[in-house]
Design a protein around this ligand. Sequence first.
Ligand code: APR
Length: 320
Amino acid sequence: MARPKIALIGSGQIGGTLAHLAAMKELGDVVLFDIADGIPQGKALDIAESGPSEGFDATMSGTTDYADIAGADVCIVTAGVARKPGMSRDDLLGINLKVMKSVGEGIAKHAPNAFVICITNPLDAMVWALREFSGLPHEKVCGMAGVLDSARFRHFLASEFDVSMKDVTAFVLGGHGDTMVPLARYSTVAGIPLPDLVKMGWTTQEKLDAIIQRTRDGGAEIVGLLKTGSAFYAPATSAIEMAEAYLKDQKRVLPCAAYVDGALGLEGMYVGVPTVIGAGGIERVVDIKMNKEEQAMFDNSVDAVKGLVKACKEIDPSLG
Ligand code: APR
């Protein structure tokens, strides 16, 4: 049986890391696409040349022609610009919206059956726009944010508790921005919820609050350190986890920016929610119940996403 085909739209920092990870995990043959001629070809050749040492057989190719993504099973979109220090994700909206138009049309024409994972920021608005421009089914277009935000939360919690990251689960909902909602009640160490761990003296409420804020600011912390771009290792790893769930029909329960129509009191919008990812794409949205305080934070985040979608419609009236 032929290997799955993975198209990476955007071959910058995240795109290159995605290609390397997909190769090492032997998820499929990889096509790197970019508008900057030479970058996708160079990265593809460089990664292919790591094959003999690493022992993978997947093929790597680079292109500036959408025709080469034909029949892709998975498309991961990182095309666009990344933020620099002092910029919020929302500052990228105008430029990246135009990019989503060309990417959406390219995918619709050449890979209409793909499972599409968008990473380009501002995430929730860009994945919505990409779906609109591509016309693909909602369950086949989603955004990577929750896996990354949860991973950051889990990393900070594991360090605080001095336990393995494997035993820490965490839940982050809402938009991928300053209003994201890390849910302490649904985050655990080996099944013990964080509020109980505070009661057990494993940490204090103050320290937990600081970790939650650091999670919200996780992207900005990396931008501040790198100065020339934004995070790429953890974002790429998170998207690969989602792609693998789809390709292997794992039915993973992962938070991601998905189209929600009915669950969590929402009517037809993209936002970060817990989902089940399998061969059908986003197979289910997990309709969790929030308490009053959590609901208020979630509503605030939903409003922020709605504001960004409104801004997109103002910039490009064809999205109206
Ligand atoms: N079509 C295809 N590729 C494009 C287009 C386009 N219209 N416009 C820009 N690109 C390419 C650039 O040439 C560049 O190689 O997208 C790539 C983006 O790579 P980086 O600048 O290295 O950005 P990266 O760190 O990979 O982040 C990409 O993901 O997390 C988000 O905020 C981040 O929006 C940013 C995106």
